[in-house]
Write a protein of this length. Sequence first.
Length: 263
Amino acid sequence: MQETNLQFGQQFARYPSLQGRAVLVTGGATGIGEAIVSHFARQGSRVAFFDIQDEPARRLAESLAAEGCPAPRFIHCDLTDVEALQAAVRQALAALGTVDVLVNNAANDQRHTIEEVTPAYWDSSMAINLRPQFFMIQAVVPAMRAAGSGSIINMSSISWKIPDTGLPLYITAKAAIVGLTRTMAHELGSANIRVNAVLPGGISTERQRRLWYTPEYKAKILSNQALKRDLVPEDVARLVLFLGADDSSAITNQSYIVDGGWV
C-alpha cells in the first residue's frame, strides 16, 4: 500500500515496522508537527502529541480517527514547564505502554532584533526552542532502554547554516539542537537508541504563509532553492517517518536537510 501525492503524481512508502509503534510528537497540532502526527497515524502508529493549541489539536485527532487511523491521543502541555512536560510523558506512557519514537518538533520562530533581547526574553526563547528537547529525551530514555531500542528525531533548521537574520535566539537554539543530537547519539547508542536531526528549509506552513510569506520572501526562497517549488510540511514528515522506521536502523548521529537544495 502506498501513499499517493496527486499534485505531483508521486507515490510514497509504507513502513511495516511503524504499524503499532508508540510515537510521541511535541508541537503536533499545526504546521510540520501536524503533518508528522498525520503521517505516523496513517502508517498505523499509536501517536500521542503535545501542544497548547487545543482546538486544532482536537480537530486533527478527530479527523484522523474518522479516516480509520488509530486515534491519536492529544495531551495539552506547556512544554516550557518541565514538570508539566514530565507529567505529560508519564500520561502518554501510561496510555501507550512504551515509546518507540520521539519527535522533538515544538518551537516558536517569532521574529526579533538584537536590541529587543532581554535576559527574560532569552530565557523564554530557550525554554521553548531548546530546553524541552533535552528534557523530553531524558523523560523517554528509561522506556526506550527497557525496550532495547528507540529513535529520537530532533527538529533543527537550516536557518543557522544559511545563516538567516532577524531571529538570532531561534537560530542559536536550532544550531544547539544539532550539538545536542550528536552528543545524545553517543550517550545512548549503547542502548540501541538512535538520535538524528532534521533541518527543514523554507516550508510553506499556514503560519509562515499568514505571517511572513510576502511575495518578496517567497521569491527569495525560490531563488535560493535548486527545486523551484514550494516545500510543504509533508516533505519533512516523510523523512521523519524514515528515521522512525526500522529501514534507518543503522543511522544515528546524522543531520538531514529538507530544503530543496538551498544549502
